[in-house]
Design a protein around this ligand. Structure first.
Ligand code: GDP
Ligand code: ADP
Length: 406
């Protein structure tokens, strides 16, 4: 904390402030100016964030949540609404140029209360429609893993598994980083403190959790995320900003569940007993109002799998289209570019002397399409190329114009 450096004196009211070096300042409300740029510190290479509180005349260094953008030699920024700022990284491609700094979303407000510090959260913007993640819950031994494996095998380009963290010991054939990230309890507890998990729960005596990164990795590949988590985790996800489809898998009978658990041969008798006790509670909770969207009974495996595909809209035709699914076409955002906000659209002008003949100089980002937010990715960005006109774009008069840095 300290005094505003001379650089900003007299300029802080200016909505689009240009600073020396790769720094940007954006006013949010009448009291705060968010300044970002440079490096956070020598050991991290990311865009740092500071806040100047005008009423107090003090700088604040916020707690920064979410995966951060890599460092950039220049970026532009614009205030979207009183909840978030869009930062466009220069000298990058469209799969890594849109970053949202959440300053007052529900998630950020909640974390501010919890941490007792000024807090912001980064959320990377992903172009294109990504379908909602799928949460699959059900008692131990019901066949969740078997169903998920079948889905991933049949549709490898469509689905990606969210690899959870757990403190339980690996089973014989389980690989670290593939089935789970096997973790020490103390490490996982620290990561939970540092808000690295979307959700976590104590299940059968061990900690399990979905890290923000586990979901982001899948989203970044343009795949639909599948989460195999318990009922407590499903509840937490329901309450979070991650919109998902919730499926509960039932056994045909309690006896059959016990038979499968024993036949799997991965647990000791004591662990089997614990899992069976917990299964009764989980089965009771399957009917909690508003929690699960779909219930499946895994009696005959093939029938259950077909039903799962049906409820996910995967018929033979779907299979053909989804296998051909490709990521959106990439475009470059040069270091020198500018952005402007017009109603619910952001215009990105990539026009430079060298690129004057390029037909792909001007892009529009439709803000009305954005979904989700921190922690995780802001999905479904609709970006398209537009023709500039004398009076703005397609006759729309440009309002605020934003800075570019270099
Ligand atoms: N809340 C939560 N539960 C999880 C997570 N990962 C796995 N689980 C659940 O933990 C329970 C135990 O999983 P596991 O030890 O692999 O045993 P299994 O269900 O018998 O295969 C299952 O109900 C999983 O759905 C997670 O990240 N979060
Ligand atoms: N419909 C089914 N009929 C018979 N056995 C099944 C069926 N579905 C799964 N299994 C078997 O039951 C055991 C438990 O399945 P698994 O997928 O590990 O359950 P979960 O992931 O829910 O703990 C495995 O040995 C699996 O092969």
């Amino acid at each position: 904390m300290g005094e505003a450096p001379g650089l900003f004196e007299g300029h802080l009211q200016d909505f689009h402030l240009k600073s020396e070096g790769p720094e940007t300042a954006i006013d949010v409300g009448s009291n705060k100016t968010y300044v970002f740029g440079g490096m956070e510190n020598e050991s991290t290479s990311t865009i740092g964030v500071r806040i100047f509180d005008k009423s107090m005349g003090e700088w604040m260094i916020p707690t920064v949540l979410g995966t951060r953008p890599g460092s950039s030699k220049g970026h532009s920024a614009v205030l979207i609404d009183d909840e978030r700022i869009l930062v466009v990284k220069g000298d990058s491609t469209s799969d890594d140029c849109f970053w949202f700094l959440e300053v007052n979303t529900a998630f950020v407000r909640e974390q501010k209360m919890r941490l007792g510090t000024e807090t912001v959260a980064w959320s990377k913007g992903l172009i294109g429609e990504v379908e909602k993640p799928i949460v699959i819950s059900g008692p131990s031994g019901v066949g969740k893993g078997t169903l998920i494996s079948k889905l991933m095998e049949e549709f490898p380009s469509m689905f990606g598994f969210s690899v959870s963290h757990t403190t339980r010991a690996p089973r014989n054939k389980e690989q670290n980083g593939v089935h789970y990230h096997f973790t020490e309890r103390s490490v996982m507890e620290k990561d939970i403190e540092d808000v690295k998990f979307l959700e976590f729960a104590s299940v059968h005596g061990n900690l399990y959790g979905t890290s923000v990164e586990a979901v982001e990795v899948v989203a970044d590949k343009g795949k639909r995320c599948i989460l195999d988590i318990d009922v407590q985790g499903a509840r937490s996800i329901r309450a979070s900003s991650l919109e998902a489809i919730f499926i509960f898998v039932h056994p045909p009978s309690f006896e059959e569940l016990e038979k499968r658990l024993r036949a799997r041969g991965t647990e000791t008798e004591e662990q089997i007993q614990k899992r069976l006790r917990n299964a009764r509670t989980e089965l009771d909770q399957a009917n909690s109002p508003g929690l699960f969207d779909h219930n499946l009974v895994n009696d005959d495996l093939e029938t259950c799998y077909e039903n799962l595909k049906k409820l996910l809209g995967l018929n033979e035709a779907g299979k053909t289209t989804t296998t051909d699914k490709s990521l959106p076409e990439l475009f470059d955002v040069p270091l020198k570019h500018s952005i402007s906000k017009i109603d619910q659209k952001i215009l990105i002008n990539c026009g430079t002397a060298e690129r004057q003949n390029s037909s792909r100089n001007m892009f529009a980002l439709d803000l009305s399409s954005i979904k989700g937010g921190a922690p995780g990715r802001t999905r479904g960005l609709n970006v398209y190329s537009v023709e500039p006109s004398m009076n703005g774009v397609n006759g729309t008069k440009m309002s605020s114009c934003c800075l570019l840095t270099s």
